[in-house]
Design a binder for this molecule. Structure first.
Ligand SMILES: [Zn+2]
Length: 221
C-alpha cells in the first residue's frame, strides 16, 4: 500500500486521542502532510469510523488543492473527516505545519465556550508560540469561514482554541503536534482552576518575550 508509514502513524495517534486526555469517542481528528502519486497533500482520519477499528486503507489522502480532493476521495471510496477543510487550509497557509491534531478535549472545549484568549497566567503558554493562546471566532464546523478564523488565530502560533468547539495544534511531526495539544489541554485545566480563585496575575509582555526567547533557544539547542 502507498504511504503505509504515514497511514499507520495517523492510526497510532488517532487511537491515542481516545486513550489520553484529548478526545473521547469519535471526536477530534488527525492528519499528516505527505505526497502520493506526486500530488502534495495530507493523510487524514476518515469520517464516522471508530478509531480502534481503523485500518491503513481507511485513511484518506487529500490534495492540498481543493479540486483534486474530490477525485482522490472518490478513488479511495472513503470520506475524510468532515473537518478536513481546516486541515487543508492550515497546510496551505503554514509551511511549518507537517502534522495537525484537532481535539474536543474537555478543558480546552470548556474555555473555548467563553470565546476567551488565554492570557499568560503561566509561562508554558509560550509553547504555543506566542504570549497568549488565541480563540478563533465561531463559525459552523466544516466551513470555509471556520478555516479562515482558525488560520487568523494561528498567526505566529502553533495552537489555538476554536470557539464553542475545541482546539487545534500543529507541529513538525505528529508526536510534537500531539504533545502540544496535550499541553494546551493541561494549560486550560490549570486556567479553569486558577479562575475559581478570581482573576489570576498575568505575566508581563516583557517577561513573556524573555520566555519566548528561552523556549526558542531550548528547542534549537
Ligand atoms: Zn471538531
Amino acid at each position: 500500500m502507498l504511504n503505509l508509514k504515514e497511514r499507520e502513524e495517523v492510526i497510532k495517534y488517532s487511537k491515542k486521542l481516545n486513550t489520553t486526555n484529548l478526545s473521547p469517542l469519535r471526536s477530534g481528528n488527525i492528519s499528516v502532510r505527505g505526497i502520493q502519486d506526486d500530488v502534495e497533500g495530507f493523510f487524514i482520519t476518515p469520517s464516522g469510523k471508530k478509531y480502534e477499528t481503523l485500518k491503513p486503507e481507511d485513511i484518506v489522502f487529500l490534495s492540498i488543492n481543493e479540486e483534486k480532493n474530490f477525485l482522490s476521495w472518490f478513488n479511495s471510496g472513503k470520506n475524510p473527516s468532515s473537518e478536513w477543510r481546516f486541515h487543508q487550509d492550515i497546510y496551505k497557509n503554514k509551511w511549518q505545519a507537517k502534522a495537525i491534531v484537532h481535539a474536543h478535549s474537555p478543558n480546552a472545549t470548556a474555555v473555548s465556550t467563553h470565546r476567551k484568549t488565554i492570557p499568560p497566567f503561566h509561562y508554558m503558554i509560550a509553547l504555543a508560540g506566542g504570549e497568549d493562546i488565541k480563540c478563533s471566532d465561531y463559525a459552523t464546523f466544516g466551513t470555509h469561514e471556520l478555516s479562515a478564523n482558525i488560520v487568523k488565530a494561528l498567526e505566529n502560533r502553533k495552537a489555538c482554541l476554536m470557539s464553542n468547539h475545541g482546539q487545534v495544534a500543529f507541529g513538525e511531526n505528529l508526536s510534537k503536534a500531539f504533545e502540544l495539544a496535550q499541553e494546551v489541554e493541561n494549560i486550560c485545566q490549570q486556567y479553569i482552576i486558577a479562575l475559581k480563585m478570581g482573576e489570576p496575575k498575568i505575566l508581563s509582555f516583557k517577561e513573556m518575550q524573555k520566555i519566548l526567547e528561552k523556549v526558542k533557544n531550548y528547542k534549537s539547542g
